[in-house]
Design a binder for this molecule. Structure first.
Ligand SMILES: Nc1ncnc2c1ncn2[C@@H]1O[C@H](COP(=O)(O)OP(=O)(O)OP(=O)(O)O)[C@@H](O)[C@H]1O
Ligand code: SF4
Ligand SMILES: [Mg+2]
Length: 347
């Protein structure tokens, strides 16, 4: 098998929000990779830490409340967490761009669509001026299915679905190597959702970009993603190719099983996540041991305490560290759960 080159590698990332003396443990020691040209779906119920993870990649977390005690975010060989604001400004909207969770508010109501796309292009593509700039704006709009002549319209002259296409046109204006899409279709009705997703899939093919697709919707994941990470209480509890995650013959994390059980037929239409019985723990007061143990039908005594597990450090050396539960890796598929830990291994 050919070794894939990773465009993004998140290593042991932990993010906390500190407010009024309370610590919100939003992201807890996650590691993720996105190979070049591939799409990773980040799935999890509300409050799991998906948006926090995405914002950290672009250094867009709130300056005074968010802190990152550990972790590295490698993008094309550089650790983004070590970049200063001036360097990040060059990357944002250029090499990495993001479609935010509430896209309707990311358009400026007093600027024409042309001027909003021009703003991004001028920042990152200084060569484009005059006629060539307008031609490029027209080309981008047509890529997302909007006729070029509508560039002089204002956002309120477009429907919800078209506004979302404009947001996507802005996000792809500089042919980003990585496109982060935070619930890009949640605010749209179902038929428009399908159109926007088809368009994103086509764009990815045409631009060859990698994508981080954040969603509640397993239908979206099945349709558009190559890899899937299931996030729960700030942790990645299961990770694999879309085939690994959707294979009913394979073993899965009890949380993933719950998600799938709540959906009759994933391939038929788009469904939102139905929460499993019980609630996700408060991120200010996480349980000891496996984060899922208060809700897990298979909970054992060892699940309720931290465990010792083997991990590799930055230099690739194996060491024994404390974790909420052991991570078991089988090829492209990994599961963080005691049920799959082999006998005789530290757990
Ligand atoms: N600025 C902030 N200050 C304090 N806590 C925050 C802040 N932003 C997010 N949180 C908390 O961090 C946790 C993770 O939030 P995040 O927005 O990353 O979740 P999410 O998975 O994107 O959820 P959703 O599906 O609802 O968008 C939540 O408990 C949330 O309340
Ligand atoms: S580690 Fe234990 S409690 Fe956690 S998901 Fe696995 S079986 Fe359930
Ligand atoms: Mg979110």
């Amino acid at each position: 098998m050919e070794k894939q080159q990773n465009l993004l590698e998140i290593k042991h990332l932990t993010i906390q929000y500190v407010t009024e003396g309370e610590v919100v443990h939003a992201v807890n020691d996650i590691s993720l990779t996105i190979p070049k040209g591939k799409t990773l779906g980040l799935v999890g119920e509300t409050g799991a830490g998906k948006t926090t993870t995405a914002l950290s990649i672009l250094q867009l977390l709130p300056k005074f409340t968010a802190r990152i005690p550990t972790g590295e975010i490698w993008f094309d060989g550089e650790n983004l967490l070590e970049k200063n604001e001036a360097r990040m400004r060059k990357i944002r909207g250029g090499r990495i761009s993001m479609i935010f969770q509430d896209p309707m508010t990311s358009l400026n109501p007093v600027l024409t669509v042309r001027d909003q796309i021009a703003e991004v292009l001028k920042l990152h593509r200084h060569d484009l001026k005059g006629e060539a700039l307008d031609q490029e704006i027209g080309r981008l709009l047509e890529m997302v299915g909007i006729p070029a002549f509508r560039m002089s319209d204002y956002p309120h002259q477009f429907s919800g679905g078209m506004k979302q296409r404009v947001v996507i046109a802005i996000a792809i204006a500089c042919s980003p190597e990585l496109l982060i899409a935070d619930e890009p279709t949640t605010a749209l009705d179902v038929t428009i959702q399908a159109q926007v997703l088809n368009m994103m899939r086509r764009l990815r093919r045409e631009l060859g970009s990698s994508m981080l697709m954040i969603t509640h919707d397993l239908g979206v994941v099945a349709n558009i993603c190559d890899y899937v990470a299931i996030m729960y209480a700030g942790e990645i509890v299961e990770y694999g190719t879309v085939e690994d995650i959707f294979d009913p013959e394979r073993k899965h994390h009890p949380y993933t099983e719950g998600l799938f059980r709540s959906i009759p037929n994933i391939y038929v239409e788009s469904h939102r996540l139905q929460p499993i019985d019980g609630l996700m723990p408060e991120p200010t007061n996480l349980p000891q041991g496996c984060m899922f143990h208060p809700r897990c039908p298979h909970c054992m005594e060892r699940c309720t305490v931290p465990c010792k597990t083997a991990a590799t450090d930055g230099d690739g050396k194996a060491q024994i560290v404390e974790a909420s539960a052991p991570t078991v890796v089988e090829g492209t598929h990994s599961i963080k759960c005691h049920l799959f830990a082999k006998e005789g291994e530290p757990a």
